[in-house]
Design a protein around this ligand. Structure first.
Ligand SMILES: [Fe+2]
Ligand SMILES: [Fe+2]
Length: 185
């Protein structure tokens, strides 16, 4: 499925950002070289590329169709688990943002919240992506009827085109590249 191929590519890009998140966290822990103002870029990427664009397609299109079409899977709770993990990720990022605000207000101990929530998010998403790549997406490819697959591809295509018209993918791949150049070498 074309839509799933694109989602797997998005997973690769999200994982690249997870590496950046771990590296910045390490530098926060060791008092290394980092800029606090890079965190808002990470959060912007996570909220708009990983969450709004990528999780948006999963929640509103792919997983919704799987829940309706594949009764056995819906009953197993596997899909609900994916929605719950998306929510846990949102909580870690909100906590990270609070930690950044506290650090800016002078609380040095807020570095703990920044590191803990960044690492927890990266670990959650890495495991989540693995489950989707190796199980959920394979179930979709193997178990959905062809007409449903076509309709998922069409719906995802519309979202991709609209995002491309607004420069979304280009903006976030650029942020990713800038942060990788700075932190990963
Ligand atoms: Fe997901
Ligand atoms: Fe995903």
């Amino acid at each position: 499925m074309k839509s799933i191929d694109i989602m797997v590519e998005e997973h690769q890009n999200i994982r690249r950002m997870l590496n950046v998140i771990r590296e910045i966290s390490y530098r926060v822990m060791t008092n290394g070289e980092y800029e606090l103002d890079d965190f808002p870029l990470v959060i912007d990427f996570v909220r708009n590329y990983a969450d709004k664009l990528h999780h948006g397609k999963e929640e509103d299109i792919l997983f919704e169709a799987m829940n309706k079409q594949i009764e056995k899977l819906a009953k197993s709770g596997a899909i609900t688990g994916m929605y719950i993990e998306h929510d846990q990720g949102r909580l870690f990022i909100a906590n990270l943002e609070n930690g950044l605000n506290s650090l800016k207000e002078g609380s040095d101990k807020a570095r703990l919240d920044i590191i803990a929530n960044s690492i927890a998010y990266a670990d959650l998403l890495n495991r989540h992506i693995e489950k989707e790549n190796t199980a959920l997406y394979k179930f979709a490819e193997n178990m959905l009827p062809d007409d449903v697959k076509d309709s998922i591809d069409n719906d995802c295509d519309k979202i991709e085109m609209e995002a491309a018209n607004n420069g979304i993918q280009a903006r976030y791949l650029n942020i990713l590249k800038i942060l990788e150049d700075k932190y990963i070498s």
